[in-house]
Design a protein around this ligand. Sequence first.
Ligand code: NAP
Length: 314
Amino acid sequence: MESIGVLTPIPMYSGLEEELEKRFKLLKLWTAPNKGEFIRDHADSIRVYIGTSGIGADADFINALPNLEIIASFSVGTDLIDLELCKERGIRVTNTPDVLTDDVADIAIGLILSVLRRISDCDRYVRDGKWKLSRDYNLTTKFSGKTVGVLGLGRIGRAIANRAEGFGCPIIYHSRSEKQDVKYKYYPSVVELAANCHILVVACALTKENHNIVNREVIDALGPRGVLINVARGAHVDEPELVSALVEGRLAGAGLDVYQNEPNVPEELCKLENVVLLFHVGSSTFETRVDMTDLVIRNIEAHFSKKPLLTPVV
Ligand code: NAP
């Protein structure tokens, strides 16, 4: 398979690059001074493209690669890939589900704790030398027992619910359909879900239909004692509305791993103490990167060996 051209758009996890380089002809788009020229020069040999959570493949990109056979995404979300066009052109698409579920659920719980118990803010208090000057730090908010609303009861949503149950939290949820295999209370709308929980955790897949699913009405329903956690995609949340609710005290706090225009984070958010900001690191652990690498490689190898793909999307 050494002659198969595999295109990577940005520097990837080094372990993935090493494994790709061992097996295929790795073409690093990001090293080219002129990307358009690079694509034109290598278009005939590129048969595999590695997508990421931040860089997908739109119609122009896909159409520039006449021999593309498979997009193996190094992420679970495939919202930036033109899946319809892939179907039309017979291009296979794979992603990396399951192996990252635990990490993303862990980070969601970490964000909840960090926002409610002000862990990041306490850390800054110590580092800034404020503890030596005064112990006059406001009390924080208890997590155990608070109602957690999960928006999107998929793999990650369920893992978050499982963990929150361990904190004695009642779990409620909204998904496109009610699940028969869980005992959590289902709400048929996001507004109703938000109105009935303390902590709303966004864990759904991004589709054309659910951009800004967390809008002003939802934020207002969550209310001044409510907390929003987003570990899914920035586009799920109306960011200007979130910022104004936090600034105006209409929402108690937020913990965010994802943003509308990554890597740009609204400046106002950086000034707020009741907000914890991560930089799309939900699945960024050594262990999970190794497992994601394994899935990407095995999917590509399965495709070229004419075997069933392990995690097909298209
Ligand atoms: P999944 O198992 O496919 O679950 C996604 C769930 O979203 C589905 O079960 C679906 O449930 C729900 N959903 C879709 N549209 C919805 C809507 N309009 N309203 C409510 N729920 C909706 O995927 P997953 O593995 O849990 O991953 C979920 C998402 O997390 C990914 O798509 C990705 O965007 C994000 N993610 C983020 C990170 C990070 O680093 N922060 C890492 C991995 C994944 P129903 O069919 O029941 O509606």
